[in-house]
Design a protein around this ligand. Structure first.
Ligand code: NAD
Ligand code: UDP
Ligand code: UDP
Length: 338
């Protein structure tokens, strides 16, 4: 019997679902917004490697052409300089919507632009998904939990977020993006997925993007002290980028809307992270204490039991395994600066 095509599912995706086991899926046309950035470029590598055609839409605010330069001669790859705040017409089967600055330093640089990107950018990508019947995945964030009163955080937790603070353009922006995503799903039948990503690190992060892992690694390689904000007792959980990318693709291909927490449950204080960086790179590395920023969440650790049971996904790479892979990339780029 012919399988029912869910509303909002493209014909290519529906055809792929009906294929007998063992028959290769037809190549999908996928758009990755923010595909020239850190996470996006690793996702693009994976999608192209499995045979998809990929269009990257990026305004290069924090992304770099260099991150995808190795694909420029691939006929299945296209790079478009475009700001998602403006509408765009494309014909695709899947949309991975990552376009948005992710580091606090970058998203606080122009907060109005950040909230516009989250609201108007997400609206445009959902409008596109609706028009062409594409499946849409939003990369939301653990920041939707704010400074959480529940620990570890489950997807059912509604969060503890300051709506008028300096982080609001990002965390309230992503909360609105989640709302838009669910409204297009319920109201317009768009097939959607929501990933709540926890702190992720790896090669191709901006050297000076201000996030803690990239800061500590770059500082130690440059023989500068690691800047610990506050007392360094606040906690975070650090996920290696390939685990995240596996999780995003698994979610997109699954039958589940989410939201799903995608993160590594290993929890470290910032001082413990500094210790791991020191052991990995330079035993003589030092730390320097600096005042903390406003509204900094005190602790963060994902409960990933939902993704484990429904997606059979869990991270494979520990901080001690992942860090050296990032260090070699940073070493090369810091050498190139000289
Ligand atoms: P990144 O800054 O490296 O990448 C973001 C990309 O989006 C960049 O290439 C940037 O140029 C592009 N971009 C920004 N504004 C845009 C706009 N208006 N139009 C088009 N492109 C735009 O950050 P990342 O770490 O790769 O993050 C990717 C996504 O994952 C973001 O949506 C972020 O919120 C989410 N996320 C990341 C983390 C993490 O730890 N890396 C954690 C939670 C959520
Ligand atoms: N949009 C887009 N590309 C498309 C379809 C829509 O960028 O292929 C934009 C559109 O310009 C609008 C937004 O997505 O700003 C929401 O589209 P929708 O059709 O849901 O709303 P409407 O245009 O009816 O307000
Ligand atoms: N942090 C720090 N030193 C730095 C950068 C960040 O101590 O050089 C701290 C920051 O105060 C926060 C944690 O590290 O408690 C994670 O910060 P990051 O900006 O990486 O991500 P966030 O989880 O805040 O979005």
């Amino acid at each position: 019997a012919a399988a029912k095509i869910p509303r909002g599912e493209s014909s290519v995706v529906a055809a792929a679902r009906r294929l007998p086991v063992g028959v290769r899926k037809p190549s999908l046309r996928v758009v990755v917004t923010g595909g020239a950035g850190f996470v996006g470029s690793h996702l693009v590598d994976k999608l192209l490697a499995r045979g998809d055609s990929v269009i990257v839409v990026d305004n290069f605010f924090t992304g770099r052409k260099e991150n995808v330069a190795h694909h420029l001669s691939n006929p299945r790859f296209e790079l478009i300089r475009h700001d998602v705040v403006e509408p765009i017409l494309l014909e695709v089967d899947q949309i991975y919507h990552l376009g948005c600055p992710a580091s606090p330093v970058h998203y606080k640089f122009n907060p109005i632009k950040t909230i516009k990107t989250n609201v108007m950018g997400t609206l445009n990508m959902l409008g596109l998904a609706k028009r062409v019947g594409a499946r849409f995945l939003l990369t939301s964030t653990s920041e939707v939990y704010g400074d959480p009163l529940e620990h570890p955080q489950k997807e059912s937790y509604w969060g503890h977020v300051n709506p008028i603070g300096v982080r609001s353009c990002y965390d309230e922006g992503k909360r609105t993006a989640e709302t838009l995503t669910m409204d297009y799903h319920r109201g317009a039948g768009v097939e959607v997925r929501i990933a709540r990503i926890f702190n992720t690190y790896g090669p191709r992060m901006c050297l000076d993007d201000g996030r803690v892992v990239s800061n500590f690694v770059a500082q130690t390689l440059r023989k500068q002290p690691m800047t610990v904000y506050g007392d360094g007792k606040q906690t975070r959980s650090f996920q290696y980028v390939s685990d995240l990318v596996d999780g995003l693709v698994t979610m997109m291909e699954s039958e589940h809307i989410g939201p799903f927490n995608l993160g590594n449950p290993g929890e470290f204080t910032i001082l413990e992270l500094a210790q791991v960086v020191k052991e990995t790179i330079d035993p003589s590395a030092r730390v320097e204490f600096k005042p903390n920023t406003a509204d900094d969440p005190h602790m963060r650790k994902p409960d990933i039991s939902k993704a484990k049971s429904l997606l059979h996904w869990e991270p494979k790479i520990s901080l001690k395994q992942g860090l050296p892979r990032m260090v070699s990339d940073f070493q090369r780029r810091i050498m190139d600066e000289k």
